[in-house]
Structures are given as C-alpha cells and as structure tokens.
Design a protein around this ligand. Structure first.
Ligand SMILES: Nc1ncnc2c1ncn2[C@@H]1O[C@H](COP(=O)(O)OP(=O)(O)OP(=O)(O)O)[C@@H](O)[C@H]1O
Length: 300
C-alpha cells in the first residue's frame, strides 16, 4: 500500500504546486492521475519518485516512510524522453541498470528481458537517434524497469506516439499489473485512464478533488443518459424522468431509470405515430465526472 500524507510543495516565486495532498493506493492496481495543465500531477509524481526532495508531508510504502535519498524504490518514467541518442537501445538499458546496481550477467539478462517486453528485441544494437518517437517512448519506459521496481510511475507516457507503440505500452502495463506491480499513471487522455486504471484521482489546482474506483465515481457522480433524436417536442411524462439538454439536434436526458425512460419514449412515438431517428443509451464517462466536479472539460 502506498500512502501519501499531507504533501505540500511550494516552488520559488510563491507557486504552491500542491496544497495538501493525501492519497492511498492499494498494491497491484493502476491508479490514474488526471487533471488539467499545471494541476500538480508531475510535481506529485516527482515527489513520489524522490526527484523532488524538498516538500512537506510524508510518503509511506506499507509501514515504511520512503527515504528521499533513494530513487530505486520506484520506477519513474518522466514526461520528457531521457535517453542518450547517440548510444544503442541496449547501451541505454545498461546505463540505467548500472545506476540501480545491476552488473555482469544479471545486467545483460535483464536488459534482454526488458528489450523483449518493450517490443524492441530486434533493435537492441541500433542507435536511439534512428528510432521513431514511439520507440523512444517505449525505451524510456524500459530504462525505468531495469531494476524491476514494484511501484511504477508513468507521467503521460503516450504523448505523441503511434498506435503500435500505444498498444505495446498498454500491454506492458497489463503485464506489470499481472506481476503485482502498482502503476501510477498520469494522462490527459481520459479514455486511456478508463481503459487501463482501476482507480483515479482527479487533481485540480494542487488539490485532489475526488478519488476512488472508476466504477464507483461513475455511479456516484452521474447518471446514464439516453439520446433521443427525431421528436420535435418531448411530452411532460418523458421530461419528468430526469434532466434534459439539447444536443446534436436531439435531446440528452440524464436519468436514473434509462430503460423506463426509453420505454416511455417508444410508447409516445407509437401513440403519435412518430418515426424516431435515434434512441440510444449513453453510458457515463470519466470525462463527465470531471466536468460535473469542476465545471470544465479536462482539455479546455
Ligand atoms: N520547477 C518549477 N519551478 C516553479 N514552478 C513550477 C516548477 N515546476 C512546476 N511548477 C508550477 O507548479 C504547478 C504544477 O505544475 P506541474 O508540472 O506539477 O503540473 P501538471 O499537472 O503536471 O501539468 P502538465 O499536465 O502541464 O504536465 C504549475 O503552476 C507549474 O507552473
């Protein structure tokens, strides 16, 4: 269990990047960190990874407070690509492996394993400068996995990459979870967090505004909706099912009882002989939860 207790971080010039963050992340899950630019996600990740050592509060792994001088407690994948471009993929992996104390046969074996995991087995001896953006991102991740960390922190690992690399990264995350690793995953892509993560923490202006299981947050914060198109005006008996808004030339009805509402729409159409263009159930998304909490879209 990773526990973050009352973390505060001030940068110079009066910027308070983190106000008072507390968070508990169970072992073996993927937790998404979601928030707009400047919310404080990278700062929190750097604190966890001991890249930033000057902060108030504490981070615990189980009952042990993390040692701010030791980076090897976590695998940290920074937002920026951090590779030596003129060296080969293997040499980059060796470099990071040595930083974490690996050597000899153990170093070589681990580098081959990691190279296979990131889908670059055939490219080990090629210089990084010849790699695509996605391949560099995968190698960037591989470097942070050389010491087989149990907690892996990924700061927006899929920015600007091709679909193949994205698929590899997703597969790797699934495999790491199966091996019992805990993943902390910052992203601007809500759909990635929905797909990959078990839990999510929304960060806004240096505070966690909500966190918990994705399913739980969806249920707690928003109702499903039905989308109705092809009726000019909705009768009162349908309006009373929930909250109505105009959308894409039709109506979006947020309701706790979507199936009953759909039945009422169909009955109305049958009675009035109206030909519906569209009637469908719209499942709530994480994006909607964020909007209901902050009143703004993540990528406004
Ligand atoms: N080295 C620094 N010196 C001063 N201020 C900083 C520094 N790094 C970050 N900040 C400020 O701290 C706040 C939080 O930044 P941070 O990078 O943690 O946000 P973020 O949520 O990761 O944003 P993004 O999604 O754009 O990466 C911002 O106001 C930012 O300008």
């Amino acid at each position: 269990m990773l526990t973050v207790n009352n973390i505060q971080k001030h940068y110079g010039g009066g910027t308070q990047a983190l106000k008072n963050i507390s968070l508990t992340i169970p072992d073996g899950i993927a937790c998404g960190l979601v928030g707009p630019n400047g919310a404080g996600k990278s700062t929190l990740m750097k604190i966890l990874a001991s890249v930033i050592k000057d902060y108030k509060g504490e981070v615990h792994i189980g009952a042990t407070t993390i040692d701010r001088k030791k980076k090897e407690q976590f695998g940290y994948i920074p937002q920026e690509i951090c590779l030596e471009q003129t060296l080969s993929a293997l040499d980059n992996l060796y470099f990071f492996g040595k930083l974490y104390g690996l050597k000899g046969k153990q170093l070589k074996t681990r580098a081959s394993e990691v190279l296979a995991d990131i889908g670059l087995s055939g490219r080990g001896n090629d210089k990084v400068i010849t790699f695509s953006g996605g391949m560099k991102r995968r190698l960037n991740i591989g470097c942070a996995l050389m010491h087989t960390p149990k907690i892996i922190i990924m700061d927006e690992p899929t920015i600007g990459i091709d679909p193949q690399s994205r698929r590899y990264i997703f597969q790797m995350i699934e495999q790491l979870k199966q091996k019992g690793c805990t993943i902390i995953y910052a992203s601007h892509y809500m759909e990635e967090v929905e797909q990959l993560c078990d839990e999510v923490a929304f960060i806004d202006q240096g505070d966690i505004i909500e966190n918990g299981s994705i399913e739980g947050l969806l249920q707690k914060n928003i109702f499903p909706s039905i989308f109705i198109k092809g009726i000019n005006s909705l009768p009162e008996n349908i309006r009373q099912f929930g909250t109505l808004e105009n959308k894409d030339g039709g109506y979006l009805l947020a309701t706790r009882t979507p199936l009953e509402a759909m039945e009422a729409v169909l009955n109305h159409c049958q009675r009035k002989n109206v030909q519906l263009e569209q009637l469908e159930l719209v499942q709530p998304r994480l994006e909607d939860v964020f909007f209901s909490l902050t009143g703004s879209q993540l990528r406004d």
